[in-house]
Design a protein around this ligand. Structure first.
Ligand SMILES: O=P(O)(O)OC[C@H]1O[C@H](O[C@H]2O[C@H](CO)[C@@H](O)[C@H](O)[C@H]2O)[C@H](O)[C@@H](O)[C@@H]1O
Length: 272
């Protein structure tokens, strides 16, 4: 069994990555990581400079992807200026291939169940709960009324049991989704399978699965370096920070961090 590597300093992780750029990838969560948290989910845009930095990375390194719970169409709209960035929506149930959205076949039969659930939510939950319709999934937001957390979580658990759906908790949100295997960890494990270095940036509970995927790969493959970056926040950030190698103070900090990597890539190339 492989022993875990000694903790790397940031400069060492960057150096190991730019030295093997063609075998390196960068994976990003969206909300709370490269985009700010806001009350209205539809109004959210990436922080200034994020799309440009992800686009630049995609031209220098083997793989760059956004792995999010958002629908792929939402991501496609926001990352249209960075065509080299791969997009995985709804925890990997949707991808964008050649500009077209592809749904995981196993998830599609659940669309009528989700439609029924959305109608039930609109009728049965208090008006302050925002019901986000993602077609193959629904997100129940209580950010506008945090005291409703218990009401939302109990309603969600009962519906999940009744309809055979899976649940995912997040930042002032509960999601109900088809009980189809796969999460951010399986997306990252698959997408990083041919890489020897992979970075994951995340802020929320579902991002822990991606961190775990990098840890598992490191345990089985001593040549692999997984770099876990937690984006700090007072809601779900502490748990993730404990599992991370590095921290960013918030989404606005991420472009500057990526600049250090892009600069190191160019310095390395110029020194050859
Ligand atoms: O996987 P992610 O890209 O991080 O998506 C997770 C959820 O993000 C969105 O909700 C979160 O951001 C909202 C906008 O800032 C905020 O109002 C909400 O409280 C957060 O939970 C998105 O709306 C959800 O569908 C995603 O599941």
């Amino acid at each position: 069994m492989a022993t875990s590597r000694a903790p790397l300093r940031f400069a060492e992780a960057v150096s190991a990555t730019v030295s093997a750029a063609r075998e390196s990838g960068f994976f990003f969560d969206f909300d709370g990581t490269v985009a700010p948290i806001m009350n209205d989910p539809d109004a959210v845009l990436p922080v200034p400079g994020a799309v440009e930095r992800l686009g630049a990375l995609s031209e220098l390194f083997a793989r760059v992807a956004v792995v999010s719970a958002r629908p792929a169409a939402f991501l496609r709209e926001r990352f249209s200026a960075a065509p080299g960035v791969r997009l995985f929506g709804l925890y990997g149930l949707q991808t964008v291939v050649g500009g077209e959205i592809r749904n995981a076949g196993e998830a599609e039969p659940w669309a009528p169940v989700i439609r029924r659930l959305i109608a039930d939510a609109a009728r049965e939950l208090p008006g302050k709960v925002l019901v986000e319709d993602k077609a193959l999934m629904v997100a129940l937001h209580y950010r506008a009324a945090p005291a409703l957390r218990g009401v939302v979580e109990r309603w969600s658990s009962a519906k999940a049991a009744e309809l055979g759906l899976a649940e995912q908790l997040g930042r002032m949100v509960v999601e109900l989704k088809p009980p189809v295997p796969g999460d951010k960890g399986t997306v990252v494990a698959t997408e990083a399978a041919d890489l020897t270095r992979a970075w994951y940036f995340g802020d929320d509970l579902s991002d822990a699965r991606a961190f775990e995927a990098l840890r598992t790969r490191e345990e089985g493959d001593p040549a692999f370096i997984g770099v876990k970056v937690a984006v700090a926040n007072s809601e779900t950030g502490d748990d993730l920070a404990r599992q991370a190698d590095f921290a960013a103070s918030g989404p606005a900090d991420v472009p500057a961090m990526l600049d250090e990597i892009i600069r190191a890539f160019h310095d390395k190339r110029d020194s050859r």
